[in-house]
Design a protein around this ligand. Structure first.
Ligand SMILES: [Mg+2]
Length: 334
């Protein structure tokens, strides 16, 4: 196994990074000292989140390309910044991996993470490496938001309108496709939308910032575990309920085989990892939400109700309680 400092130097060479050798006004010390020193801008808050991508739980080495693992590790963590309306700035990487993956696998991982970092405008400022028999890539992201302008989960009120970005269920369709076809599915070019959504998700960073800066949204959450899990979280944080209109939910990710609407709706409700934004808007501002934001559809899918934590699904005239069948690590049958 190469020495740890060699691996760190390699990662910092491939991934956009702040190293101690080139201090900047806002990063007086980066990689290469005991810790990074970051200087917040006056009038801004730091927004910080962390997320771990774990081999066996979130990805399988036999199925998922290393560059997708690197890309997705940063994308997932950054999606939480999008949901808060924060601009991404820096990240730290805590990576555990087996010795056999410190060569070509690690390079591909780093190239995938570098692509995500450039795309989102982020720089690596530190981290830690260790040897372990399965890969665990834990990413801590730091973003900034103008003081008082962060989007929380807790601001939604009765009568607000619920919107969602993008199309739901695509990532789940991509995962099913990959499992059925094997790793060669990930090598398809151009990569079909469902596989792209699953392997290289696109956090809605620009949308989140726009919603926060325009003060249009009262609350927001990113859809990481599926609408049927994340909407109840959103409702309980705001102390309200919601009714979802099944027919309005934008469905994504057609499988190459024959598909029916019910399965697509199931993926949209319960499939995780879409990383779209779910947000509430006061009724009087609803008309100010455009049908698309920078090419991403924005769709009205329901309303907020005063019934605390009651989440209803209205489908072809029938209203039922939405069952939380999305992704939960600690559910017994997960
Ligand atoms: Mg989140």
């Amino acid at each position: 196994m190469p020495r740890e400092y060699e691996l760190i130097a390699r990662l910092a060479r491939i991934i956009p990074a702040h190293t101690g050798l080139a201090p900047r006004a806002r990063v007086p010390a980066g990689i290469g000292d005991d810790a990074a020193v970051l200087r917040p801008r006056a009038g801004y808050d730091w927004v910080v989140s962390t997320d771990a991508l774990v081999e066996g739980a979130h990805f399988l080495s036999a199925l998922h390309p290393a560059d997708a693992v690197g890309f997705k590790a940063l994308a997932r963590a950054s999606s939480d910044l999008a949901a808060m309306g924060a601009a991404p700035l820096y990240f730290l990487l805590t990576l555990s991996l087996p010795a056999a993956k410190t060569g070509a696998w690690l390079n591909k991982f780093a190239y995938g993470m570098a692509r995500a970092a450039r795309r989102f405008g982020m720089r690596l400022v530190g981290g830690d490496l260790s040897r372990h028999d399965a890969v665990c890539a834990a990413v801590t992201v730091i973003g900034e938001a103008r003081r008082g302008l962060t989007l929380l989960r807790s601001g939604a009120g009765p009568g607000d309108v619920l919107f969602v970005s993008g199309r739901l269920g695509a990532a789940q369709a991509g995962l099913e496709w990959l499992k059925r076809e094997g790793p060669r599915a990930a090598a398809r070019r151009p990569l079909p939308l469902a596989l792209r959504s699953h392997l290289y998700p696109e956090p809605r960073l620009a949308l989140g910032r726009w919603l926060a800066q325009m003060k249009l949204a009262t609350a927001a959450i990113d859809l990481s575990d599926g609408l049927s899990i994340d909407l109840p979280r959103f409702c309980s944080a705001s102390g309200i309920g919601a009714v979802l209109h099944a027919d309005a939910i934008p469905l994504g990710g057609r499988l190459p085989t024959r598909n029916n609407r019910e399965r697509a709706l199931g993926r949209a409700l319960h499939g995780g990892e879409d990383y779209e934004l779910l947000f509430s808007v006061p009724r009087r501002f609803a008309s100010r939400i455009p049908p698309r934001f920078r090419g991403v559809p924005l769709t009205r899918i329901g309303e907020i109700t005063p019934r605390r934590s009651e989440v209803l699904l209205e489908a072809s005239g029938q209203t039922t309680t939405l069952r939380p069948l999305g992704w939960d690590h600690f559910r017994k049958d997960a």
